[in-house]
Design a protein. Structure first.
Length: 315
């Protein structure tokens, strides 16, 4: 009987002690481990967020001399930015400058400074982004029989004073002028730096808006002469020396060859986010060291001389 009572007391005491221990474990004096989360930890600081993808459209119009570069660069830019659409149109530098000034395009491509084509007030509203330099040369049909012309000889041709190649030491062939319209920056550059004067549109001359069409006509028309940016030269035409100097990238860069222009991409005021991103891409190493050189342009950073709007050269 005594043994049974003792056993009972031991059992009760065991239950009481167990209950006290459980209460102590749940008290505020010690915290239970937090349950593990199944969500992976973030590796990006809370203050950072992914860059927003570019989207929207741009219209760039103007210079046909700059067209090949802007077209090729825009395709690369769109490949890397699927939400972006860029249209590139020619029409001449004057057209590009007018359209960007009037808000009809986002970017005005030009071979000349805006001040050379627009009123001072309108030109002052535009922001200049120089993306390259391009040389320009007189080109002829391969069978005219000359390979060099002086400044005066070019003036005589484009003013109608000389009308046959035999008078310039070439073949007995009538000279056929393939000209550009007055809105053309290529024409403005050629007149300013090759002729030293403006020229009139002579009766019988052919006028074309597109540099590509000029190249085609010069290559196919007996006795033809025109002028093109170096980016358009190929074996279908003959490139003439100017005052005995070849139209090469090196001669342009060192200032030996004088017929060249900056390639401008103008915006009205500061560019939009999308336009700025594209212009930055145009100036990136990816474009400057590859596409610019590949297409016959010159990175502005390689120029050993500078030229202002008045044509003044400095080194």
């Amino acid at each position: 009987m005594k043994k049974t009572a003792l056993l009972l007391m031991v059992m009760v005491l065991t239950v009481v002690l167990a209950a006290c221990g459980q209460n102590n474990n749940n008290s505020g004096g010690a915290s239970s481990p937090a349950p593990e989360s199944s969500a992976p930890a973030s590796t990006t600081p809370a203050s950072e967020s992914p860059a927003a993808e570019l989207s929207g459209s741009l219209l760039a119009t103007g210079s046909s001399a700059l067209l090949p570069l802007v077209e090729q660069a825009s395709k690369k830019f769109m490949d890397g930015n699927k939400g972006v659409s860029i249209q590139v149109q020619a029409g001449g530098s004057g057209t590009g400058l007018t359209q960007v000034s009037e808000g009809q395009s986002d970017i005005g491509n030009s071979d000349v400074f805006a001040e050379e084509k627009l009123d001072a007030d309108k030109a002052a509203e535009l922001v200049d982004h120089q993306v390259a330099v391009v040389g320009m040369a007189a080109v002829v049909h391969p069978e005219v029989g000359v390979d060099n012309l002086t400044k005066q000889q070019l003036v005589d041709i484009f003013t109608g004073k000389v009308t046959n190649w035999k008078d310039l030491g070439g073949s007995d062939q009538k000279i056929q002028i393939i000209n550009r319209p007055s809105s053309s920056g290529t024409r403005a550059t050629f007149e300013k730096y090759a002729l030293g004067q403006k020229s009139e549109d002579l009766q019988g001359s052919i006028q074309e808006d597109s540099s590509g069409t000029v190249r085609k006509l010069v290559g196919e028309t007996p006795g033809a002469i025109g002028y093109l940016a170096l980016s358009y030269l190929d074996e279908s035409i003959k490139v003439l020396k100017y005052e005995g100097v070849e139209a090469t990238v090196d001669n342009v860069a060192n200032g030996t060859y004088p017929v060249w222009a900056y390639e401008h991409m103008y915006t009205k005021g500061e560019p939009s986010e999308l336009a700025k991103a594209f212009l930055d891409f145009m100036l990136s190493d990816e474009i400057q060291n590859a596409d610019v050189v590949e297409l016959g342009y010159i990175p502005a950073s390689q120029m050993q001389v500078k030229r202002d709007v008045n044509g003044t050269i400095t080194k």
